[in-house]
Design a protein around this ligand. Structure first.
Ligand SMILES: Cc1cc2nc3c(=O)[nH]c(=O)nc-3n(C[C@H](O)[C@H](O)[C@H](O)COP(=O)(O)OP(=O)(O)OC[C@H]3O[C@@H](n4cnc5c(N)ncnc54)[C@H](O)[C@@H]3O)c2cc1C
Length: 461
């Protein structure tokens, strides 16, 4: 289906020359997804500058039956924010809506428009003596609307939760063109269904988010970062339980990395070095907001094979770099079948054993790289090709391999998407594996709120 000339003319008239573009140079970076797997087309880019303009463009889309794809920083990893290949969808970039509308340091809240970059929110919070605790590898590009729409997580979820726990209020334009205004920074609100929470994580399928009121926390008074060598993920979990108790639950990050992951970083990332003198099968990067002596005591636990505590900010940054550059090192090493999965925290070690057996059975010699936010039960379970297999043949195996991994995840009571969402990439797997009652309720909600099916069609459902 093509978008009619009348619809395009109406969009141009409503948004003015600043608010639209069909310049190929402007469009190019917005049409290919972050991983470079798909490139879409759009007849016109819409760039509204305020909520009223978003509402106006939604009314035009309704009148002309035009599907809309909202986009923030285009860092999403499930192909949800790039338009379809056939040019039938109009891309709506929220990047011009980049104002911080209010910051209340005493009330620990900030209202930011959808196009504000996460790093700018963090900086504004620090300038006010506060912290916005969402932190992730894409924070220099990802924007508030996208982060809310995907219920983003990151490295501080263990302590502060995902976006669901960090959004106090929301403003969005619904598919019927109404502006849902719920920006008040309420800590309690039991007045019926929570539409705000429904929109969080809806990936643009139920509303276009235009602003959010975010929860701030006090700036931490201390920070201690350690790199710990261990024998096994089971030992890592024992340590996590111990440090949480010993520090009065001040663990903000607990990141697991296997030796094979550290080796990839040492091989591909210039300037990186092993923080410990001898190799260990597993490592944990631990960050707490307790004083260093509390951490030193906690690390005398028998599950620790060896450990080093950063003595300076520079050393702490160097330890974090080992974790943060792992995806880049992996990318340099070649294509992998990637799975962003969540499990009950205590089930992670048994899952890793069972999944390794399943992967070996379906693709002998395949190399597993499982790492991530162990404290949240969120593992990035990536599988690289067997050494003897060419990349093209490996790509053919990815769908059956992923189905196998997802089956094991489901058997252990886990989720096939911990933090990246469903988008288009995991839609078929969600339909295959989700609880039928949940799926039919989701379809009913989508049909009720977006009966014309114009908001990010084909994503999630
Ligand atoms: C290097 C790297 C590291 C990452 N690390 C993490 C991580 O640790 N944790 C994590 O959770 N994610 C991570 N991600 C994924 C990604 O950054 C997040 O999903 C982020 O929330 C996407 O924000 P964005 O502004 O780029 O959204 P986009 O990519 O532009 O959009 C993502 C989805 O949200 C929808 N959307 C965008 N804006 C709006 C809006 N205003 N209203 C309604 N729908 C909208 C889009 O249609 C799309 O479906 C990482 C990505 C990269 C590239």
């Amino acid at each position: 289906m093509t978008v009619s000339a009348a619809a395009l003319q109406a969009f141009r008239a409503a948004l003015g020359p600043q608010g639209v573009s069909d310049d190929p140079d402007v469009l190019a970076p917005l049409l290919t997804d972050w991983r470079g797997v798909m490139t879409g087309r759009t007849p016109l880019l819409l760039r509204p500058s305020c909520t009223a303009e978003v509402a106006a463009l939604v009314q035009i889309a309704r009148a002309h039956h035009v599907p809309l794809v909202p986009q923030g920083g285009n860092t999403g990893l499930v192909q949800g924010g790039t338009p379809a290949e056939d040019g039938s969808e109009v891309l709506v970039s929220l990047q011009r809506m980049a104002r911080i509308r209010a910051l209340d340091a005493d009330g620990f809240s900030m209202t930011a428009e959808a196009g504000v970059v996460l790093a700018d929110v963090q900086t504004a919070a620090v300038a006010a003596g506060r912290m916005f605790p969402l932190s992730l590898g894409s924070e220099g590009s990802a924007r508030i609307g996208g982060l809310v729409a995907t219920n983003a997580g990151g490295v501080h979820v263990l302590r502060h939760g995902t976006m669901r726990a960090l959004v106090l209020g929301l403003e969005a334009v619904l598919p019927d063109g109404q502006i849902f205004n719920d920006l008040a920074p309420l800590r309690k609100d039991n007045s019926g269904y929570d539409l705000k929470q429904l929109l969080i994580g809806s990936e643009g399928t139920l509303g276009i988010i235009t602003a959010a009121t975010l929860k701030l926390v006090p700036a931490p008074r201390a920070r201690a970062v350690a790199w710990i060598g261990l024998e096994s993920p089971a030992n890592a979990l024992r340590l996590l339980a111990h440090v949480r108790a010993a520090s009065a639950d001040q663990v903000s990050s607990f990141e697991l990395m296997p030796r094979v992951g550290l080796d990839l970083v040492l091989q591909h990332i210039p300037g990186s070095r092993d923080p410990l003198p001898t190799p260990h099968p597993w490592a944990v990067l631990l960050e707490t907001t307790c004083e260093q002596d509390v951490l030193t005591d906690a690390l005398s636990h028998p599950s620790v094979a060896d450990a080093v505590i950063a003595a300076s900010q520079t050393q702490a940054d160097a330890l974090w770099r080992l974790r943060e550059t792992l995806p880049e090192a992996e990318r340099i090493d070649g294509r992998a079948a990637k799975h962003d999965i969540a499990l009950p925290v205590g089930a992670v070690p048994a899952f890793l054993d069972a999944a390794a057996v399943a992967v070996e059975a379906i693709l002998p010699g395949a190399r597993v790289l499982a790492f991530g936010h162990l404290g949240d039960g969120n593992i990035h379970y990536n599988v690289r090709r067997p050494a003897a297999m060419g990349p093209a043949r490996f790509v053919e195996h990815i769908p059956s391999l992923s189905a196998q991994v997802h089956d094991v995840v489901t058997r252990f009571g886990g989720s096939i998407s911990a933090e990246h969402g469903i988008g288009r990439l995991k839609r078929a797997e969600l339909a295959r594996l989700a609880d039928p009652a949940k799926l039919s309720a989701m379809r009913a909600i989508k049909a009720a709120l977006d009966p014309l099916g114009l908001f990010n069609p084909g994503r999630i459902l």
